[in-house]
Design a protein around this ligand. Structure first.
Ligand code: DHB
Ligand code: FE
Length: 320
């Protein structure tokens, strides 16, 4: 059985990619940012996941304003870097995992999350910058990466609650995949930033730090944050942080925080990063919810292997 071993969040500022590509990582401004990811790279090298599922947002590179899927899962064998105006970044082509991706698409869609299946897609800094931060700059990325693109660019993005529940559905999908794969889920984007308009340059460290605390220890609280609150507190682009909740929904309720880093700014953005591990099952007392009860749709659900993590669309009640 495949299982999710950990979740990672990281910002995705394009200037971080440019600093890597232009050899500026030792400059004091950038060293402050990159030094915060040294331990993370060590952690990742030890964790050695078989697959990464990376939740990220496209910035009008793969999807123009002509077509805006809310959730788009990359099911292709590879995803080349996109040209964002200066030519494609000199990073390896991302290799996907078509079999696991197709399995996730099937499981999640049958669980009533209507995601878009994408069989051809280029990936921009939203995906490649966090990969650099976690894996450095290798010749090839060390494992397959399944991209999950989320619309946070054009109103309305998905709600925080919807993202969390999608994470739960993804977890159920992964745990019903028969091959023994160790999976890390990355939730990227954020933290507070606004890159245009009268509030350009806005950063709210108090909000960001509280968000980091809650993503580790009280994620349900974050599912109640509205779009307006994200924008008011964390700037227009701060809405990217809903993507972290897909990662968090895919983890256990209680997790072990193994590392955290926060620095301000990188370009216009507060950089926030956290690594959360699922506690191995043998060590944790897993409280299993009753199975065989009526589901929301009124169907009777039969106990199955992954029943402990059945997605219940009404599990988390929120005020919006
Ligand atoms: C910046 C941050 C982003 O998330 C982005 O997509 C573009 C620019 C910035 O901080 O400059
Ligand atoms: Fe962005």
């Amino acid at each position: 059985m495949a299982r999710i071993i950990a979740g990672v969040t990281s910002s995705h500022v394009p200037a971080i990619g440019a600093a890597i590509d232009l050899g500026k990582t030792e400059e004091p401004y950038w060293k402050r940012v990159f030094s915060g990811f040294e331990k993370s790279k060590e952690w990742m090298a030890k964790a050695k996941p078989d697959v990464v599922i990376e939740v990220y947002n496209d910035h009008a590179s793969a999807f123009s304003v002509e077509m805006i899927p809310t959730f788009a899962l990359g099911c292709a064998a590879e995803f080349p870097p996109a040209d964002e105006g200066w030519g494609p970044r000199p990073v390896p082509v991302v290799k996907g995992h078509p079999k696991l991706a197709a399995h996730i698409a099937q499981s999640v869609i049958l669980d009533e999350f209507d995601l878009t299946i994408v069989n051809k897609m280029e990936v921009d800094h939203g995906l490649t910058v966090p990969l650099n931060l976690m894996f450095g700059s290798p010749k090839e990325w060390p494992c397959p990466v399944i991209p999950l693109a989320v619309n946070v660019v054009v109103f309305p993005p998905p709600t925080a609650h919807r993202c969390f529940m999608l994470g739960r559905a993804i977890r159920k999908a992964v745990e019903s995949y028969p091959e023994d794969l160790r999976v890390v889920v990355m939730g990227t984007g954020g933290m507070s930033h606004q890159i245009s308009g009268p509030r350009a340059g806005l950063i709210n460290s108090k909000f960001d730090k509280a968000y980091l605390d809650a993503i580790a220890n009280d994620p349900l609280k974050l599912t109640r944050i509205s779009h307006v609150e994200f924008m008011r507190e964390a700037g227009a682009e701060g809405i990217e942080m809903v993507m972290w909740l897909i990662m968090r929904g895919a983890l256990d309720d209680k997790v072990k925080e193994v590392y955290r880093f926060y620095t301000v700014p990188a370009s216009n953005t507060a950089v926030g990063h956290i690594i959360l591990e699922n506690i191995p099952r043998a060590a944790a007392k897993v409280k299993r919810p009753p199975v065989g009860k009526k589901t929301v749709a009124g169907r009777s659900s039969k106990p199955k292997r992954a029943a402990a993590h059945r997605v219940k669309h009404d599990t988390v009640r929120t005020k919006r």
